[in-house]
Design a binder for this molecule. Structure first.
Ligand SMILES: Nc1ncnc2c1ncn2[C@@H]1O[C@H](COP(=O)(O)OP(=O)(O)O)[C@@H](O)[C@H]1O
Ligand SMILES: [Mg+2]
Length: 618
């Protein structure tokens, strides 16, 4: 049975019992009331009758006496007037109901006495008077007779009086006795009502106490269990009784909750364990920064930085960052906390405890740590990788440089040595041809040879230009670019515009110039190969501290974002090589491309003053 049903039925039972007892009390009350009414009605009636009878009898006697004494008949008329009411009163008394039989006997007795007095006394007196009036007796005798008759009537009147008195006494007695009964009924009513109030009070109290005891004891069990569980004893369960009310289902739900909690915590602990094992064993440094301080670091981070865990936890997070990177790291930290977009991966230099520079590749993300925002950072030590990369770059730069030198040498040799030799051959073949007149057998052979030599000269010129345009060596980067752009337009039909701003400074080495030229070559080749463009714009701006080159086309464009997350193979050596070499010169390389809108490739190289860096040989 549910608690609600129990409460409702408990209170309904109390109301029912109260209702029954109230009905009994009301019944008593009505009975008492009715008794009071009855008594007072009887008493009033009997009192009235008795009073009336007394009055009437007295009237009649007075009227009779008056007639007898004065002889005036008007007294007799008054006498008659009283006879009828007496009779009527007696009749009324006779109509008294069953319960009043005791009075009836008295009334009957009274009636008999009255009749007797009427018949014997009143009639005898009247007879004496008649005789006096008719002169049969004298005045004296008349007085004697009347006195005698009156004397005879007196006992009757006395008895009538006694009956009256008895009637009144009885009525009084009845009133007294019945009103005691009525008072007792009233008392019973009062007692019953008091009893109801008391019973209801005690029943409600008991029921309320039982109920509250049931609720509080059940709640106490839940509270106790919650306390036990909060003291980390997760296996504790509330004992379940056989009852099926809401409090027991509360206990059952509580147990279920505790079970789920226990299970959840077990799963959480397991994953926490796995997680902490993998975090601790990770090769990458992992740390959490909160309020600008390290609040967690793994072993790898300690290894990278050379600090102990105790030293790191609580340390200002910028303490290890080199001064140049501090501002950038700080700005990103606050932006990230603020929910702003920040690149996930960045590179920064940290100072180890021994004072060594550590190159770290940092990827960071916002997390909640101990209920507050924090930044989780994975730091990969790329110091060695950077060294390798640098060495690799130097090596490839070396190769490229040698290659360029070789190209230059071959180109010069082709142009200057073989070219000139061929020119000499061509002149000689010209002479030979003139010596063999038209129509001779050897003339066409000479013509053929001259044609072949001219073609070879052209080919060698072209090959040597492709290997390394002289203009670059002879006139410098800007004119070489201008010339190449014009050539490109001629060769391909794609409208190519060139614009230069400023002159290339001394600080720009031949190696860098060559790179810039090769960049332009590669970019223009790409425009031809991939862009399907109608226009291309080559611009170079030379400032004191940097050279910037932009090659922009209006072709179909490509998804440069995806290219940047490519493998070297996918990107192809062209753009990849440019990027690598630009980085090798401490420069930058950017691709801005939009589908159907075109592509812009931008290379920026710093211009280091001559004294600072040995000028290359190319
Ligand atoms: N100007 C351009 N317009 C459209 N697509 C280009 C352009 N430049 C490069 N690409 C795209 O980028 C890819 C990589 O270029 P690149 O590294 O020079 O390699 P390759 O030219 O050998 O394909 C190209 O295959 C091409 O899809
Ligand atoms: Mg290419």
């Amino acid at each position: 049975m549910t608690l609600r049903t129990r409460i409702v039925s408990g209170y309904l039972a109390i109301i029912l019992i109260t209702g029954i007892v109230c009905t009994v009390a009301i019944h008593h009350y009505i009975k008492a009331n009715r008794t009071y009414e009855e008594i007072s009605k009887n008493y009033i009636l009997i009192n009235n009758i008795v009073n009336e009878l007394t009055y009437r009898i007295a009237q009649r006697q007075t009227a009779l006496q008056g007639f007898l004494l004065t002889g005036k008949t008007k007294y007799l008329m008054a006498y008659d007037e009283n006879v009828i009411p007496v009779k009527m009163l007696l009749k009324t008394a006779g109509d008294l109901n069953e319960g009043q039989k005791i009075y009836l006997a008295l009334f009957e007795r009274y009636a008999t006495l009255a009749q007797n007095w009427e018949d014997n006394i009143a009639e005898a007196e009247k007879e004496s008077r008649r005789r006096l009036d008719s002169g049969l007796i004298g005045q004296e005798q008349y007085i004697d007779e009347i006195t005698r008759i009156d004397g005879k009537g007196r006992p009757i009147l006395r008895e009538m009086k006694a009956v009256e008195e008895r009637l009144q006494r009885m009525a009084r007695k009845e009133v007294t006795s019945r009103s005691a009964a009525a008072a007792a009924a009233g008392g019973r009513t009062r007692n019953t009502l008091v009893a109801i109030a008391a019973t209801t009070f005690f029943m409600s109290l008991t029921f309320g106490l039982i109920l509250s005891n049931r609720i509080t004891s059940a709640l106490k069990r839940v509270v106790d269990a919650a306390n036990v569980i909060s003291a980390r004893n997760l296996s504790y369960r509330i004992p379940i009784t056989a009852k099926t009310d809401e409090l027991d289902s509360l206990a059952r739900s509580f147990n279920l909750m505790a079970e789920r909690l226990q299970e959840g915590i077990r799963v959480l602990r397991e994953s926490e364990k796995k997680y902490s094992v993998s975090v601790e064993n990770a090769n990458d440094g992992i740390f959490i920064v909160q309020d600008g301080k390290y609040v967690f670091c793994n072993q790898a981070f300690c290894r990278i930085t050379g600090y102990d865990l105790d030293e790191l936890v609580g340390m200002d997070s910028l303490h290890l960052v080199v001064p140049e990177s501090k501002e950038m790291i700080n700005e990103r930290y606050f932006k990230r906390l603020d929910g702003q977009e920040v690149p996930r991966v960045t590179q920064a230099e940290f100072l180890s405890k021994e004072g060594k520079i550590k190159h770290l590749e940092i990827s960071a993300g916002l997390i909640e740590y101990e209920n507050r925002n924090a930044v989780l950072v994975v730091a990969r030590d790329i110091t060695e990788r950077r060294d390798y990369e640098k060495r690799l770059r130097n090596l490839s730069e070396q190769i490229i440089r040698t290659q360029e030198e070789e190209r230059k040498r071959i180109s010069h040799e082709l142009h200057d040595e073989i070219g000139q030799t061929l020119t000499a051959i061509n002149l000689n073949v010209g002479l030979l041809r003139r010596q063999h007149p038209v129509g001779s057998a050897s003339h066409p052979i000479c013509e053929d040879i001259q044609g072949l030599v001219t073609k070879i000269v052209d080919d060698i010129h072209r090959i040597s230009y492709n290997l390394r345009p002289y203009v670059l060596d002879n006139l410098g980067l800007v004119p070489a670019l201008k010339w190449w752009t014009t050539e490109f337009q001629k060769r391909t039909g794609i409208k190519a515009r060139f614009q230069a701003e400023g002159e290339v400074q001394n600080g720009f080495s031949p190696v860098e110039e060559t790179f810039m030229f090769r960049f332009a070559q590669e970019a223009l080749t790409n425009v031809l190969k991939h862009a399907e463009a109608a226009n291309v714009f080559v611009s170079i701006s030379c400032r004191s501290n940097k050279v910037k080159m932009v090659i922009q086309d209006d072709g179909k464009g490509f998804d440069a974002e995806n290219l940047s997350s490519y493998s070297a193979g996918r990107w192809g050596m062209g753009l990849f090589g440019i990027k690598e070499r630009a980085l090798g010169f401490d420069g930058t390389f950017h691709i801005i491309s939009a589908l159907q809108k075109g592509t812009a490739l931008i290379v920026e190289l710093p211009c280091v003053p001559l004294e600072a860096e040995e000028k290359g040989s190319l």
